[in-house]
Design a protein around this ligand. Structure first.
Ligand code: COA
Length: 361
């Protein structure tokens, strides 16, 4: 994704066989930018060729390298790199008999060296998160959680940066904190190995222990991240009595909302979503009655905003002729039914993916 750098069409103008390589060292994330092409124009019809370095330099940390041998020299410093902040969680990922170690650190911007490091990791958001924006690091309410792979190389312990999360501490009445997960990124070589779920759970575990935290929110989650969140929240709620088996078939209860909030600091909207996922998981698709009840229950929830609009409509109806009223109501009803069905189907698709993952644990 490069639209924030090169414009909506994501095209670079004025070069033949263009290649822009951006390399980062694994630990310190020192950046090398190389532009290669087989020919360029100064301008076409008064439109100048894009100044790639200038466009990139508006987003990358000042002082990024453009010379390969200087970059190679920098690599010698990788062996002495130590992650920033305090170690809060460590875990292994095993695949094909090979076990790899990952460590998660919590830091503030004040940790020596981290401000600089953050300037180098932040541009990755532009490439991997749609509509990403940079944060104001001078606001002390930000906390940073960093994930590194820890490995041995040539007799020394090395680290490779794998991903990070930023959390903003909002105020919650009365005198409490409502952390909001803002930016989350797992770098592509580390994706789909369970790291995001592990990071989220490690952060949650710290929150559970903190009585000052009211509940945990997430800022505008992407679909992929929402799925990870649904999986982690559902995995946790499955251990609570109100979310167990038969109880799910009787609808979303106050007990579910309360326990999800008290035990796992999950807000009402997300607790309801988790209930729907776990109810679908419990529902026998071959049992027509059970499945119909589930569908109606979800659709009733999706319909709530329309009911509110319905009350506004009652007022409006006083000013319409009976024929006008009937026509408007029919078209609105059709649109609403279509919307309910398509939203239900989209949700079903998302929920099924979460259930597939839950079935693997
Ligand atoms: C969204 C994002 C943070 C998820 O990180 P991740 O570490 O890949 O997440 P996880 O590994 O926990 O889960 C992701 C998927 O991998 C699958 N997975 C996890 N472990 C796996 C394994 N060992 N083998 C195969 N698949 C696995 C999960 O089932 C899940 O599948 P799904 O997408 O079908 O639901 C990451 O993709 C990312 O950084 N994306 C770009 C930035 C972004 O969108 N950030 C969120 C902004 S709000």
């Amino acid at each position: 994704m490069t639209h924030q750098i090169f414009g909506e069409s994501e095209k670079i103008f004025g070069f033949r066989d263009l290649r822009v390589n951006i390399c980062c060292s694994a630990a310190r994330m020192k950046t090398l930018v190389q532009v290669k092409h087989s020919g360029s124009v100064d301008s076409v019809e008064d439109i100048p060729a894009d100044d790639i370095m200038q466009l990139l330099s508006q987003h990358l940390q000042p002082g990024f390298l453009t010379n390969e041998s200087e970059f190679v020299k920098e690599l010698a410093n990788e062996s002495t790199f130590k992650p920033y902040g305090e170690l809060i969680h460590s875990y292994q990922v095993t695949k094909g008999g090979e076990s790899r170690t990952f460590e998660m650190f919590r830091t503030s911007i004040e940790t020596p060296g981290f401000r600089d490091f953050h300037e180098r990791i932040q541009p990755f958001l532009l490439f991997y998160v749609d509509a990403a924006s940079y944060i104001d690091v001078d606001d002390e309410k930000w906390t940073y959680y960093l994930l590194f792979e820890k490995y041995q190389f040539e007799g020394s312990t090395r680290y490779a940066f794998a991903g990070y999360m930023t959390i903003y501490s909002y105020y919650a009445y009365p005198g409490l904190i409502r952390p909001r997960i803002s930016q989350v990124l797992v770098l592509p070589p580390f994706q789909r190995q369970g790291h995001c779920a592990a990071m989220l759970q490690a952060f949650y575990n710290l929150c559970y222990k903190n009585d000052d935290i009211k509940d945990i929110t997430i800022e505008d989650p992407s679909e992929n991240f929402q799925r990870v969140r649904d999986f982690v929240d559902a995995r946790n709620c499955m251990t609570l009595a109100p979310f167990k088996s038969l109880k799910l078939l009787f609808g979303f209860s106050g007990d579910m909302e309360r326990q999800a909030r008290i035990k796992f600091k999950i807000n009402k909207k997300q607790a309801r979503r988790v209930y729907e996922i776990l109810r679908l998981k419990r529902t026998d698709p071959s049992n027509e009655h059970e499945y119909r009840e589930f569908r109606l229950d979800v659709k009733r929830r999706i319909n709530i905003p329309f009911q509110k609009r319905g009350r506004e409509f009652d007022k409006l109806s006083k000013f319409l002729q009976p024929t006008e009223l009937a026509a408007t109501m029919n078209s609105q009803r059709e649109q609403r039914l279509e919307y309910l069905q398509s939203t239900f189907e989209e949700l079903l698709e998302e929920y099924q993916k979460v259930i597939e993952r839950l079935n693997m644990i």
